[in-house]
Design a protein around this ligand. Structure first.
Ligand code: GLP
Length: 243
C-alpha cells in the first residue's frame, strides 16, 4: 500500500487526476474503473480541464463503472449513469459504446449481475480502479457483512449508507434501497487501485480499513492485500491513523 497524503481536497483531486492521466498516457486503450460519489468530482474536473487543454485523449479508453441504484433509469438525475455523464463523460472524448455500468432497470438481478461479470471478465478487470469509501468502510456498494462477495451482486443498502446518500435526494424515502455493485473480486482484479478519502467523516473508515485487521466487516480492508494499491487522502481523513 502506498499513501499519498495531501493537505486538502484540491491537492487530493489533482494527485488523483495525475494518476489517472498517467494511466491514460502510458496505455491509451486503458480500461478505467470509475466511481461516483462526491469524492471523485474534483479529480474528474481536473481530467476535463486537461482534456480541453489537449493533454489527454480518451478515444481508445473504456470505462467500467462500479455500481448503480436498482430502479433508477439512466436519465434519472440521481442515477450513477447520469452522474457519470454530467460529471465526466459528456465533457471528454470517451466513446459512448465504450461505457459500461450495471443496468439499474434490469429487474432480473441474477441476469444483470452475470451480464456485468461477463463484461469485467472480457476486460480481465480494470487497468486502474478508482474508489471512494463509505463511512462504514464500504467500497462500491459492498456493505459490511459476514463474508467478502466475489462477483457483481445486488445489495440491500445499510441504514448508514442510506443516511449518507439521502443528501442527494429530495426525501429519504426516495433513496433506492437496493443497488447492483461490482463485487470485491472484480475490484481486486484491477491492475491498480486508487482510493480517495477526503474529510473528517472518513477518518474512522480510513483507520479501520488500512490500519486494522482485514475483515468483511470493513470491506475496504481487503485492499491491504492488493499488489498495487494507492490511498490518496487528505489531512482530515488521515487524522485517526496510528503513529
Ligand atoms: C456511495 C458509492 C460509493 C462511494 C460512497 C462515498 O455509496 N456507492 O462508490 O464511494 O458513496 O461517497 P462520497 O464520496 O460522496 O462520500
Amino acid at each position: 500500500m502506498r499513501i499519498i497524503a495531501t493537505k486538502d481536497y484540491a491537492e487530493l483531486s489533482r494527485a488523483t487526476a495525475s494518476l489517472i492521466a498517467a494511466q491514460v498516457v502510458s496505455k491509451p486503450d486503458s480500461v478505467l474503473g470509475l466511481a461516483t460519489g462526491s469524492s471523485p468530482i474534483g479529480a474528474y474536473q481536473k481530467l476535463i480541464e486537461w482534456y480541453k487543454a489537449g493533454a489527454l485523449d480518451f478515444s481508445a479508453c473504456s470505462s467500467l463503472n462500479l455500481d448503480e441504484y436498482v430502479g433508477l433509469t439512466k436519465d434519472n438525475d440521481q442515477s450513477y449513469a447520469y452522474f457519470m455523464r454530467t460529471n465526466l463523460f459528456d465533457h471528454i472524448n470517451i466513446k459512448p459504446e465504450n461505457l459500461n455500468i450495471p443496468d439499474g432497470m434490469n429487474p432480473d438481478a441474477a441476469g444483470e449481475c452475470a451480464r456485468y461479470d461477463a463484461v469485467i471478465e472480457k476486460f480481465g478487470g480494470a487497468d486502474l480502479q478508482l474508489l471512494g469509501i463509505g463511512r462504514n468502510g464500504h467500497i462500491g456498494f459492498n456493505e459490511p457483512g459476514a463474508a467478502f462477495v466475489r462477483g457483481t451482486n445486488c445489495v440491500h443498502l445499510t441504514q448508514s449508507t442510506i443516511d449518507a446518500n439521502k443528501r442527494f435526494f429530495a426525501r429519504e424515502e426516495d433513496v433506492p434501497r437496493k443497488a447492483y455493485t461490482m463485487g470485491i473480486g472484480g475490484i481486486m482484479l484491477a491492475r491498480k487501485v486508487v482510493l480517495i478519502a477526503s474529510g473528517a467523516d472518513k477518518a474512522e473508515a480510513v483507520a479501520k480499513s488500512f490500519f486494522g485487521p482485514i475483515t468483511p466487516e470493513v470491506p475496504a480492508s481487503i485492499l491491504q492485500l492488493h499488489r498495487d494499491f494507492v490511498l490518496v487522502a487528505d489531512e482530515a481523513a488521515l487524522a485517526n491513523i496510528p503513529g
